[in-house]
Write a protein that binds this ligand. Sequence first.
Ligand SMILES: [Zn+2]
Length: 388
Amino acid sequence: MLTAETVDRIVRFDGRNLPVTSLYARIDADPGRREDLQVRVSSMLDQIRPLAKDGGLGHDARLSLRADIARIKEALAEEHWRPGAVAIFSCSGRDLYEEVVLPQLVGDRVLVDAAPYVRPMLTALSELHRACVVLVDRASARVWEIYQDEMRELRSIRDKTVRNSIHDEALSEYRIRNKADEYAKRHYRNVARMLEELLRAGGFDLLIIGGHDYEVPAFTELMPPDLRAKVAGTFSAEPGSAGWRRGGVAEIRARAGAILAQYERQAEQRLVAGISSRVLAGGLGAAGLDTCLWAGSVAAVQTLAILDGSQEPGVVCDQSRWLGLTGAICPLCQGATRATPDVIAELAEAVVADGGQIRHVADSDWLTDYLVAAELRFHAPPPPQGSV
Ligand SMILES: [Zn+2]
């Protein structure tokens, strides 16, 4: 499972004079196209192979790079990658080899440089939610984390109940019930405190709660507002029953997955509706690739909505970070531009690098006409002559 620590290690990695190989490859869901994957990755490795013989690199650097190529070839032969994309970062001489599975957003690319090329990875990961699932009843709670397609248990607690703490037979029915409610409340507060700790540690950005219908509201009522704001949905479950203990985890995963999918669909619809009304009102919104590219060039994009599967060729200036549809010369700095097969991916990377957000939208009639649209931080100045 991909952890924040792994991502952090890659981002901060320092090859100390040894080159780092970064390779991104699209993984098709259709097994019939797997041969194509072999060809594409092999040809990317062929691109960097001359470097491993280059006298310009030191002896250790060449050895490390050669080992990188061999290791990636080995991984390619095993071919255990899930559909989507894979990012590989390797610096054999410094003991770095990481494969990161990404949702399908990233085009093929290979680079050998002093540092890992992490921008496409960070862009793709920025869209994923880290969700926390808690199954709670009056005395116990189990907490899992869902990230990408995996779920792992983080914590579990069991608090005192009346049954295991009151031995005084003389207590009245009324007092026992009171005591039980008091214990339950104390337990719910413990669970909330634990979730707040996880939240503060950056452990999740969405919360899903499962439990008895009559107990979940009693729990959510006791949650502090910052925690309640993260709730994506709740589902009903019998935490203590034998069925949940046996096939339970798969069932919880399925319920939580359905809530997440619905939450994301609704968030996408809200985003698109918000942008379209901004655009209609002449407010801080933009629609269409040319206007969004210009807004991205001046770091004006707060949130970029991209229609799923959109890809358009274009040009990029690596000096001034101007993005455009055509033009061999950058209108901002008069430098030469670089042609790219997917300028939408370059725009997404620029937006995330500027601290903005991206969202791929699966289904929207309005967005289908534009491919991309954006919430803006400020109105972009008029574009330079001849740039669009
Ligand atoms: Zn430029």
